[in-house]
Design a protein around this ligand. Structure first.
Ligand code: CTP
Length: 211
């Protein structure tokens, strides 16, 4: 398969020194990209600002903001047969960003935000025969929210994880996830390395693309 993976956070700048972002480190998305490349698939990785080396054999495209990530995914998707949206896209950006550093004296305590587009929802019309996988990182009941996102974002598979656990989610090397798809019962995977979770996702895609 030709796999497009997104990874890491996005960063929404207020000015050249201040930004809005989240705790994502990109480890899960880089693990998916590495696992797919190890299986001989063609992999393009769209990465937000992260401090990780590019996995061997993977083509990497660096982006900063959600709008840049959306543009990269729109440009690259036509050359791919599957998409794994691992990135923790910032849901908001600043309504007015400044090209120069804002002086404390010029700043007000309330700063207006505007919503970023949902990348998966925006590219849904381009899906056609492609397989789309999403992630749901939740602090509440991961399965209820993941089920909602599976349907609302038109996904083939969603990988749900509870990011409140110390050994799963952000910035650690392990993850405990549940796979939810339209036609199969939910599958809870044991705690394992993110690379092994990546291998499970690639194996699911290989099975899905055969059927
Ligand atoms: N996602 C996206 N574009 C966004 C936000 C999220 O494509 N602007 C994708 C993520 O990459 C992930 C999936 O949507 O694959 C679910 O992301 P998540 O942050 O869990 O959900 P949200 O849509 O942001 O919903 P909520 O804030 O209600 O949890």
């Amino acid at each position: 398969m030709k796999l497009l993976v997104t990874a890491g956070p996005t960063r929404e700048y207020l000015d050249p020194v201040r930004f809005l972002s989240n705790r994502s480190t990109g480890k899960m998305g880089f693990a998916v990209a590495q696992a797919a490349a190890e299986r001989g698939h063609t992999v393009t990785l769209v990465a937000g600002p992260v401090a990780l080396p590019t996995p061997s054999g993977v083509i990497r495209v660096d982006v900063t903001s959600a709008l840049e990530m959306l543009a990269a995914v729109q440009r690259l998707l036509p050359f791919h047969t599957a998409l794994v949206m691992c990135a923790a896209v910032a849901d908001w950006r600043f309504k007015q960003a400044s090209p120069v550093k804002l002086k404390k004296s010029e700043m007000r305590p309330v700063i207006e935000l505007e919503p970023n587009p949902d990348i998966l929802t925006t590219i849904r019309p381009l899906k056609e025969q492609r397989t789309f996988v999403g992630f749901a990182a939740e602090t509440g009941d991961p399965l209820v929210e993941a089920q909602r996102k599976l349907v609302s974002k038109g996904l083939d598979l969603i990988v749900a994880n509870d990011v409140t656990q110390p050994d799963a989610g952000f910035a650690v090397d392990t993850n405990r996830v549940t796979f939810l798809s339209a036609n199969e019962p939910p599958t809870a995977l044991p705690l394992q390395s993110k690379l092994d979770v990546g291998r499970e996702i690639v194996a699911w895609l290989e099975r899905h693309l055969r059927t």
